[in-house]
Design a protein around this ligand. Sequence first.
Ligand code: SF4
Length: 335
Amino acid sequence: MHEAQFYTKLENNKVLCKLCPWDCKLETGQTGVCKVRTNVNGKLLTSVYNKVAVLGTDPIEKKPMYHFYPGRNILSIGEVGCNLHCSFCQNHRISQCYANEFAGFNNISSEKIVNEALKTWNNIGIAYTYNEPITFYEFMLDNAKLAHLNGLKNVVVSNGYINREPLKKLLPFIDAFNIDLKAFTNEFYIKQTKGKLEPVLNTLKTIAKGNAHLEITNLIIPNLNDDEREFEKMVVWISSELGEQTPLHLSRYFPQHKMNQPPTSINKLEILYDIAKQYLKHVYLGNVSDTKRTSTYCINCGELLIIRDKYKIETNGVDESGSCINCQTNNNIFL
Ligand code: SF4
């Protein structure tokens, strides 16, 4: 067990965790909503420091991340726990279990992870992903610092459910984020995730004001968050608050966890894609086979910049700085 950051001690050995918007007030022996932070005799401890549940190398497109070093690999780590409880979670076996229920941990130090990243072929750095990395904040932060010292990039794939102060402490060490914006109504967040919408919007605005690259994923679930007017409000907000060059991934839902309704229709995805394209320059469909709607085109001249055919990536349309080879326009691509 490792002492957590961002908590205050209260009367009678209680603690207040201030890492995420739950602001859990815990008596001794109690564990927070995230299932991995526990009050032990008036100290808040994390059960998952150095405890890696999943370690693998993925194409960066799988995060999904389309404008950040396309065609490269990224060493990816995950642990257990999550501070949202989504009925449709695609990783519920690791996200929705208590640390002390999980038998498959490997104790791996940051030094070992960084060494592994350095010797992995075509690898740009380390992604904190699979479960919610905010729940292993302390380990992620230490790991990210060491990764930067060794010239590696850090990528966070997150639900964005974090308080402002810990986010600001993390920002200087993270090069790119993919944040899930699960819907654009508080009602959806409360009912389907047990969280709230506003903290996620605040996280997105804070990241967009900083230096890190930002992409957004929106999982489209039939009849729950696919209302076209609601969706249009969301893309208008993304464009005006975060910038029209913010890449948006519209991901196809498949039945998972507590949700068993049929997958999102391709027709619905294409309708939402067309709406999003009215306001945003880079919109992609995910979990589908569609080279046209997964490739990148220049926002100025329309040149095909990056072809994506599943995980076969060709970046022939961009120069070394990530600009269009035809008209030199910046398309928010990092190479
Ligand atoms: S990080 Fe965990 S313990 Fe802390 S406030 Fe969030 S859910 Fe509660």
